[in-house]
Design a protein around this ligand. Structure first.
Ligand code: G6P
Length: 602
């Protein structure tokens, strides 16, 4: 949620900050604003709605500026609640991501001291606290250090002050990254903001204070300068552009064959029948495991559910997937014989980080499976495994789901082999199926026109029900989530066998049933459940691979059989279907209402 941008350099800060906000508006798009420091002090401009509503003010000599795009938590999206926020005067401006949990108490103290507030946000306490610290004679860096010591909650904060030609920023449980160019320094909550200018980055750590001045960035810790490594981002700006597609989401759906090749690259040894992952666990640890727990949210949770099934079937170990926001370590087994795997595309989802910290606190070894180098999850977990999908801009996750399941399938084989639970021959079969994924997904993508045409008949449906068994079940859940997210239509995923235990009451001729009917998902039984819905008038669409006779379906789409990962290929049809419905309805596909790509509050 929310995006922060900062720039200090020789160029016109307004254009660069605005460009950065446009690159980041998938993080939140309720309102946007910027503060530019020019020859005549600070100019603050902010506006409800998307970044495109915000025009860049003309500010002479503005070579320093901060900006923000918001996903509201405290206070509705209005011009007043938009960031930057100021204190009693307009000489200080603050942008903030996260939530300040003790803001009511701080606000009450500040009001008692005579401070007047204009917004309903938690953020506004920060510029007022800073004013107080500056009045006490501190410089901006010391003032920020002292002010944040009073905050509880999570935050990334950047500030500029009228008489100091610099940006000062800090983070606590909310991402912040610095970009280094020859004569400029950048700041952002995500490298996407400035990757068109530089790929040399420093990921800040919790508690770091960074100063951006004279085109340079200096990181401080407890008042002392500290060295932080400079990493090079592997992808460039073109990876985060639409590349001729109408929407990022469609581009990312079509990028899946490439993303899957990247996920698999160098990780399969077919001769030996092994999954080669760059992971080292203590000797005997995997072998002695009683349980693997996956924790995740949203789409990542469905990938985790898929993975839990794969691990159980390959590795002969109990595996569970739990919603991160519901996860507790209480009542679990022996922490020394448990592995908790946090699955998160962004690596910044607060619920998932919370679950990970609970696992760490309970003495459980933890592994992060993520798309984002340098993200918080990679610091908090004992080990990290990257899904290598490249940047995903569309709020609704598509290619990262495919890359997560694929990477987790490799992890399942890896764990199985460490436990001697899978023979080399059986492992080779699974790995061969995984190798077939990019080509199989491409075949589905080549069928996109047919899906678009078929979807036309269902665009006015009153609800959509997705069903599947075994690995088809998480895919049904994910298919329904995509439709909800981007078409705003009622869509539910059900375990196919459960349809008759309640949901059937919802079925009418206006509720299409979309079913996964591929090998390994008990398609005969699912087909019976589909028939029960068809008898009540529902049209049926099935994703099939020839493993059962499916003439009874109203519409069928074919996928090649790839063993346990066939439903992952079926999912691409569901993505295309959701996209086609949302497109025909003229929805805001890349930035669905009320949602944000990364939710950094619990
Ligand atoms: C948000 C996004 C979802 C995403 C979920 C988990 O709710 O809108 O698309 O699945 O966060 O994100 P993560 O980055 O942890 O995978």
């Amino acid at each position: 949620m929310c995006g922060i941008v900062g720039y200090v350099g020789d160029d016109t800060a307004g254009q660069i900050v605005h460009g950065g906000l446009e690159n980041l508006d998938y993080r939140g798009y309720d309102s946007a604003g910027m503060a530019l420091l020019g020859d005549d002090g600070l100019t603050i401009t902010k506006r409800e709605g998307e970044v495109s509503n915000l025009s860049v003010p003309t500010v002479t000599g503005a070579t320093c500026g901060i900006g923000h795009t918001r996903w509201s938590t405290h206070g509705p999206p209005t011009d007043t609640n938009a960031h930057p926020h100021t204190g009693m005067s307009d000489d200080i401006a603050v942008v903030h991501n996260g939530i300040i949990e003790n803001y009511e108490e701080l606000r009450a103290t500040l009001v008692a001291d005579g401070h007047e507030f204009t917004s309903e946000t938690d953020t506004e306490v920060v510029p007022h606290l800073l004013e107080r610290e500056l009045d006490d004679g501190r410089d901006l860096r010391a003032a920020l250090e002292s002010a944040v010591a009073k905050l509880e909650g999570s935050y990334a904060i950047a500030t500029v002050c009228a008489d100091t030609d610099r940006i000062v920023a800090t983070r606590h449980e909310s991402p912040l990254v610095v970009g280094h160019d020859d004569d400029a320094a950048f700041l952002a909550s995500d490298v996407t903001a400035f990757v068109e200018h530089t790929r040399d980055v420093t990921y800040l750590e919790d508690g770091d204070i960074v100063t951006l001045a004279d085109g340079d960035a200096t990181v401080y810790r407890d008042g002392e300068v500290v060295d932080r490594p400079i990493d090079t981002v592997e992808w460039d700006a073109t990876a985060a552009e639409k590349g001729g597609y109408d929407h990022y989401m469609l581009k990312e759906i079509h990028e899946q064959p490439t993303a899957l090749r990247q996920a698999l690259s160098g990780r399969i040894d077919l001769d030996r029948g092994t999954a080669d992952l760059d992971l080292t666990f203590p000797a005997g640890f995997l072998d002695s495991l009683d349980e693997i727990q996956f924790v995740a949210c949203g789409t990542s949770f469905y990938a985790a559910e898929y993975a839990a099934q794969l691990i159980e079937s390959f590795a002969d170990v109990r595996a569970t997937a739990e919603l991160a926001s519901e996860y507790t370590v209480d009542g679990g087994g022996d922490p020394r014989r448990t592995l908790t795997v946090a699955v998160t595309q962004s690596g910044e989802t607060a619920d998932t980080l919370g679950a990970l910290r609970r696992a760490n606190g309970g003495g459980i070894r933890t592994l992060a499976v993520t798309n984002t180098l340098g993200s918080t999850v990679t610091r908090d977990a004992d080990d990290s495994l990257f899904i290598r999908a490249g940047p995903e801009i569309g709020v609704a996750a598509t290619k990262t789901f495919a890359s997560q399941v694929t990477t987790l399938a490799l992890l399942s084989v890896f764990v199985a082999q460490e436990r001697n639970a899978l023979s080399a021959a059986d492992a080779r079969d699974v790995l061969t199926d995984l190798r077939g994924l990019p080509g199989a997904v491409q075949q589905v993508l080549d069928d996109a026109g047919d899906v678009r045409e078929a979807a036309t008949a269902f665009v006015d449906a009153s609800a959509y029900f997705f069903v599947g068994r075994a690995h088809g079940y998480p895919v049904a859940l994910e298919g329904a989530l995509k439709l909800k997210e981007i078409a705003y239509d009622h869509a539910e995923g059900f375990a196919a066998g459960e349809l008759k235990h309640g949901p059937l009451a919802l079925v009418t001729e206006d509720t299409p049933i979309l079913a996964v009917l591929t090998e390994g998902t008990r398609p005969e039984e699912t087909l019976n459940n589909v028939a029960e819905a068809q008898t009540r008038g529902a049209p049926a669409i099935g994703i099939v691979d020839g493993s059962v006779e499916t003439n009874s379906l109203d519409t069928a789409f074919s996928v090649p059989s790839l063993g346990p990962v066939t439903p992952l290929v079926a999912n691409v049809y569901f993505q295309l279907f959701a996209y086609a419905i949302a497109k025909q309805q003229g929805r805001s596909i890349d930035k669905p209402r009320n949602l944000a790509k990364s939710v950094t509050v619990e």
